[in-house]
Design a binder for this molecule. Sequence first.
Ligand SMILES: [Ca+2]
Ligand SMILES: [Ca+2]
Length: 64
Amino acid sequence: MGSGSGSGAPACPADLDGDGVVGGADLGLLLSGWNSAAGDVNGDNTTNGEDLGIMLSAWGPCPV
Ligand SMILES: [Ca+2]
Ligand SMILES: [Ca+2]
């Protein structure tokens, strides 16, 4: 998990692999989990365009 100044900062659900950055590795996980809960970002237990949209809007380093 993250370290540093994480006081009340929003979570980074699109960071599927937990490395602190939303990037290609997370996109790969999302796509490989398409139509299952494996790549779910928004917590509805399926992976679809909504999750992809969230991931793309969160692309880059997670907020700290
Ligand atoms: Ca990541
Ligand atoms: Ca979802």
